[in-house]
Design a protein. Structure first.
Length: 278
């Protein structure tokens, strides 16, 4: 028995990158070990790791967020995180949000005004500190401004008066109309979820996926089609809200948010959850 324990210890010392990492909060949840490598994926356009001191930084491209803060202490959470050593902590009460102007998005970025590819995948870790009120949402990311019908996409937690689930919104008819799809799950506060929203325009097909901290399926994945093709408008790409005003704000943590200009398979998004991509 002692010999077995000695061998296990030697293996752990020899291969530390493959060890299990525990983080504060979430009941000692297993973390993404930070081994995802998006550098060789030409369809990956942005990776925000939300590290302390670099919360605005896109490590893949140059899509830099501008944030609104009340105090510096509310920016990074170095206790509850899923990748690296911090997550971003957005506080609903303080109207925290991030903004990238449409014109400042990298060329080829999905949903940028003039985009002709019209397909995307958005994945990331989220943990809500509070849930939205009845018939409202808590926005993770959006490209959606109701003023002037500058609406394209919104990804949020939505409370339909009976439950809170993941929802993906698309706008059509030059941004004047919209439709939404819901994931089949019941979401809670204080729990990390890895969430995925994909869309491809040619078939108007979508997928919504939710994984827990062990990257096991929460509820069941939802796939299907929207009735209408997306409209690409020139609104800001926002983190934690939609509209020019702070509407349906996110209250909680977000980590390793990644945007692709193609449709991720279930296997690919689960690899990102596990920290083993590609």
């Amino acid at each position: 028995m002692r010999r077995l324990l000695f061998i296990v210890l030697l293996l752990a010392l020899a291969y530390p990158a493959y060890g299990v990492v525990f983080i504060g909060g979430g009941g000692g949840a297993v973390a993404d070990d930070g081994l995802n490598d998006f550098s060789g994926d030409t369809d990956c356009y942005a990776v925000w790791n939300f590290e302390s001191g670099a919360l605005d930084t896109d490590s893949k491209g140059s899509n830099t967020y501008t944030f609104t803060w009340i105090t510096a202490a509310q920016q990074a959470n170095t206790v509850d995180f899923k990748q690296g050593s911090a997550s971003i902590d957005l506080e609903l009460a303080n109207d925290n949000l991030g903004i990238i102007d449409d014109g400042d998005l990298d060329a080829g970025f999905p949903l940028k005004s003039g985009d002709t590819n019209k397909e995307f995948s958005i994945v990331g870790w989220v943990m809500a500190e509070s849930l939205p009120a009845n018939d409202t949402g808590a926005t993770i990311v959006s490209k959606w401004n109701s003023s002037g019908n500058q609406r394209s996409m919104m990804f949020d937690f939505y409370n339909d008066s009976s439950d809170t689930s993941l929802r993906g919104w698309l706008a059509y008819n030059n941004g004047a109309s919209s439709e939404s799809k819901d994931h089949a799950s019941s979401l809670s506060t204080g729990a990390w979820y890895h969430v995925t929203f994909t869309y491809e325009d040619s078939g108007k097909a979508f997928a919504l996926r939710v994984r827990d901290t062990n990257c096991s399926t929460v509820g069941s994945d939802v796939t299907g089609t929207y009735a209408n093709a997306i409209s690409i408008e020139s609104s800001d790409f926002r983190l934690g809200s939609f509209n020019a005003a702070h509407t349906w704000g996110w209250d909680g943590e977000i980590d390793e948010l990644v945007v692709f200009d193609d449709v991720l398979t279930e296997s690919e998004s689960t690899k990102i959850c596990n920290g083993t991509y590609p």
